[in-house]
Design a protein around this ligand. Structure first.
Ligand code: PHE
Length: 385
């Protein structure tokens, strides 16, 4: 088809709007909170728990009259755990839905991808739970309400060093990481640094990729090095399978991990092979330390008939911190909300009191959870550094 002037004008009319959102789009339809999350696929439990937590905060805020005299409206885009999808989800939330704030992602690799879009469009993004250090370095519009992996890895390395297995201290650890995940490789690095600095030895380090279902080749090599414990900084779907294969390969020691283990599917699918293993998180629903946390746990089980977890609590906190910033900014425009987010101090969330530092991170403590047959149990709390 030859493009006449008329064709070009028609084609332009059909082109979806890109770039900055015209001010008229943001009027009169409430304040749009855009969340991009994995609602389907191997990380679906991350998205569902987070969405539920965000929704509880929105319900509470709307019941009190909303913000700036308007109701909040949550729009969720499913990125299916894929980083290309994550970028288009953020594009849609901003360009089509007129989101004032973006909440997401959980997985750090996806926050790195979606964050670049939010940064370019000058719409602030608050990640509830992406812990990789680089996420907030994408730019000055990117914030988070969780701790970061240099802290989390050090917490687990110190915990490993203090563990006793059959009366003997843990001296040798093998690491099994997801090489395609920014979270997993970063957390492995920080664990290794602290564990070796404390005098421990990393006897082997192997890798897999998200979506793998067979791990025995790597695991048999690792078990042959006789580690006392294994550090597996991955997500629940693969970790449950890895645990089963590690036991088949003859590994009997504790397995250790990070917040990526925190989904009920972990204890549902591990065939009890992770009972007695430990991981770090930002919140223990059986040990909430604040009144807001206790109320959140009760509200969650009342609304969803299941237990809250760290993801849900951090989703709630991402929304509470965003709402506090919108209120102080007295605006639904990105630059004003960004400035208010950067000044966040002492906001009471479900996971504790949240202040945002100069790197746009929250300074938080950690908890260590123990895996039981049908639940995770609070084991110990570790203070922020
Ligand atoms: N911290 C993980 C990441 O950055 C995501 C995660 C957080 C997963 C909390 C489960 C629970 O990729």
């Amino acid at each position: 088809m030859r493009l006449s002037r008329r064709n070009i004008i028609e084609a332009m009319a059909l082109t979806p709007l890109v770039g900055a959102v015209p001010a008229c789009k943001k009027k009169n339809n409430g304040i749009v909170i855009g969340a991009y999350l994995s609602m389907t696929g191997g990380e679906a439990e991350f998205g569902i728990s987070t969405r539920n937590g965000v929704q509880i905060a929105i319900d509470e805020i709307n019941a009190r009259g909303g913000l700036l005299g308007q109701q909040l409206r949550l729009v969720v885009e499913d990125d299916r755990g894929d980083s290309t999808e994550a970028a288009s989800a953020v594009t849609r939330l901003i360009d089509r839905e007129g989101a004032s704030v973006i909440i997401g992602e959980v997985a750090s690799s996806l926050s790195l991808s979606g964050g670049r879009v939010a940064q370019r469009r000058r719409v602030p993004m608050v990640s509830p739970s992406s812990t990789n250090e680089d996420v907030t370095r994408v730019g000055d519009y990117i914030f988070r309400v969780c701790f970061i992996d240099p802290f989390q890895g050090a917490v687990m390395a110190r915990f490993a060093k203090e563990l006793q297995v059959a009366g003997a201290p843990v001296q040798k650890v093998a690491i099994f990481r997801d090489e395609a995940s920014a979270y997993s490789t970063g957390l492995a690095r920080s664990f290794r640094e602290t564990f070796t600095r404390l005098g421990g030895e990393i006897v082997d380090e192997q890798s897999y990729r998200k979506g793998d279902t067979h791990f025995s080749a790597q695991l048999s090599g690792m078990v042959a090095k006789a580690p006392h414990a294994m550090f597996v900084p991955g997500y629940y779907t693969e970790v449950a399978l890895i645990a089963r294969e590690a036991r088949s390969a003859g590994f009997t020691g504790p397995m250790l991990g990070g917040d990526g283990w925190d989904a009920p599917a972990l204890f549902r699918n591990d065939d009890d092979k992770l009972v007695g293993s430990y991981f770090s998180e930002g919140f223990a629903p059986d040990h909430p330390t604040t009144a807001v946390g206790q109320r959140f746990v009760a509200a969650y089980s009342q609304k969803y008939h299941s237990d809250a977890n760290g993801l849900a609590a951090l989703g709630y906190d991402a929304m509470v911190v965003s709402a506090d910033a919108i209120r102080r900014a007295n605006s639904k425009e990105g630059p004003a909300i960004r400035a208010a987010l950067a000044a966040t101090a002492n906001v009471e969330g479900a996971t504790g009191r949240i202040s945002i530092d100069a790197e746009r991170n929250a300074v938080k403590g950690a908890v260590i959870l123990e895996v039981r047959e049908n639940a995770f149990r609070f084991h110990r709390a570790i203070e922020a550094q």
